[in-house]
Design a protein around this ligand. Structure first.
Ligand SMILES: Nc1nc2c(ncn2[C@@H]2O[C@H](COP(=O)(O)OP(=O)(O)OP(=O)(O)O)[C@@H](O)[C@H]2O)c(=O)[nH]1
Ligand SMILES: [Mg+2]
Length: 458
């Protein structure tokens, strides 16, 4: 096998920054670095895991930048190859000049995610850990980053490996039963087999459930502001964002399309959406706007039903509540400043089991309570409000579902007279699905689809 190319890329984002890092990985990394490094005063040769102070020069021998260079020898590096990292000043021009020089010395441009792909191919990371690297980089909040950290530490990998081991042990039992059919019952009674598979089924189901539980941490919870025209939805949107994002006027029907913004509610990522106010539509634009609003409300994790406290509720308000159900509704009784006491008609919402929070979007009162309730309502239905340590991503969940389906058939067939070797085929299929998760056996297409989503330099 020919040795892999030595690859190079800028690992930090392009733009002005204090420091910019260029990464080299592959057998010629140190050799290339040696050719270009102009040592500082106390340099005594390259030593691993030390920062070497000096300068870097281009192919004409001109010094380009003042740098710190680190050498991480194989196999104790990110990729398990020879790695050199060069800390330059973080300007695009200087980084490009250094990179060009590295290419001129024989390094090749790294493809997106190629460093992590090499780490995977060299067995430093399994596929769940490689994906966790991307999840860590893309994490919208600290909670999501902690989730990625757990996966990077191998929690999901270990779980899937344990499951696979259980299936493999069962497979051995099955093979014995196939080879010595007359001892069938002693080798593996069918009920015992079904029970063992059932135990795996339960664990896989729990993993799949944690996907849903952690969805809000990964993607953000969808919180939709809905209600009658003029209730103050756009004002509330602006108040929650802390800036004038949506147009607010006293004219009913100001918002015609929906607006979406991301906010961070103390670690919970939220996609906050303002929608067109409900009323009998006046024209084609409003019909479409209202339809879009309805769809958003339908898929919301939580609908904040904004009502005007100074007016008795209209059919539209109660319609929304009935449409969505009290479990997914939080009533924001807005314009609190216009009324002295809590209006008696709010009882109409309470009697339908909807939670009501008085607020004033204009004066900012009640907003803290509202955000805190939005947060706990979304997290309330999820275990202890904290992300699970092993939650699979969409790809991993799809593979778990296929494995689950197969094991479901197996449990049923174990109770029937289906021959053991056919049951063994089901086990093989389930194992193959688990292998796809960890990357033990995985197609080039799947690898490409994962690593193509990485940035260059990671
Ligand atoms: N007094 C008072 N007025 C408010 C409050 N919130 C909003 N308003 C006023 O209510 C009017 C309508 O506010 P918007 O935020 O545009 O209401 P909306 O629900 O987005 O309206 P549409 O987009 O037409 O559906 C504006 O004149 C706001 O200034 C509040 O808390 N107190
Ligand atoms: Mg509006």
């Amino acid at each position: 096998m020919s040795s892999p190319a030595t690859i190079a890329a800028i690992a930090t984002p392009m733009g002005q920054a204090g420091v910019g890092i260029i990464r080299l990985s592959g057998p010629a990394s140190l050799e290339i670095a040696e050719k270009l490094f102009v040592p500082g005063p106390r340099f005594k040769g390259f030593r691993s895991y030390r920062l070497h102070y000096g300068w870097i020069r281009n192919r004409q021998g001109q010094v380009i930048d003042e740098i710190l260079l680190a050498y991480m020898p194989a196999p104790f590096s990110y990729t398990r190859e020879e790695v050199v990292e060069i800390n330059c000043h973080g300007g695009p021009a200087v980084l490009e000049a250094v990179l060009e020089t590295l290419f001129h010395q024989g390094a090749e441009p790294a493809a997106p995610g190629e460093f992590t792909r090499r780490a995977f191919l060299n067995d430093r990371l399994d596929l769940t850990q490689a994906e966790a690297v991307l999840e860590m980089i893309n994490a919208p909040t600290q909670a999501a980053a902690l989730l990625a950290r757990d996966k990077l530490q191998g929690h999901l990998k270990n779980k899937v490996q344990d499951l696979r081991q259980s299936l493999e042990d069962l497979k051995k039992d099955l093979c014995l039963a196939v080879d010595f059919p007359e001892e069938d019952l002693e080798c593996l009674p069918r009920e015992a087999l079904a029970e063992k598979v059932q135990a795996c089924v339960r664990e896989i189901k729990a993993l799949i459930e944690s996907f849903e539980q952690n969805r809000v941490f990964r993607e953000g919870a969808l919180v939709v502001l809905a209600g009658r025209v003029n209730a103050g939805k756009s004002s509330l949107m602006n108040a929650l964002l802390g800036r004038e994002r949506a147009i607010v006027t006293p004219v009913p029907g100001t918002t015609r399309d929906y607006l979406e913004e991301a906010i961070n509610l103390r670690g919970l990522p939220v996609r906050l959406v303002d929608t067109a106010g409900r009323r009998p539509a006046l024209d084609q634009i409003e019909i479409i706007g209202l339809e879009t609003g309805r769809r958003l409300v339908g898929s919301a994790d939580l609908c904040v039903l904004v009502v005007d406290s100074s007016q008795a509720p209209a059919a539209e308000d109660l319609d929304i509540l009935d449409e969505v159900g009290p479990d997914r509704v939080l009533v924001a009784a807005n314009k609190r400043d216009l009324v002295e006491n809590t209006p008696a008609w709010l009882e109409k919402f309470a009697s339908r089991k909807a939670e009501v929070i008085p607020v004033s979007a204009i004066y900012g009162s009640g907003l803290e309570e509202l955000t805190s309730r939005i947060r706990s309502r979304i997290l309330g239905s999820r275990t202890a409000g904290s992300p699970s340590t092993m939650a699979p991503n969409l790809r991993q969940k799809a593979a778990l579902e296929k494995a689950l389906q197969e094991l479901g058939h197996l449990v049923r067939e174990a109770g029937e007279d289906v021959p053991f070797d056919l049951l063994g085929v089901r086990l093989d299929f389930a194992c193959a699905q688990l292998d796809e998760i960890t990357g033990r056996i995985v197609s080039e297409d799947i690898l490409n689809s994962i690593f193509d989503r990485f940035c260059i330099g990671k």
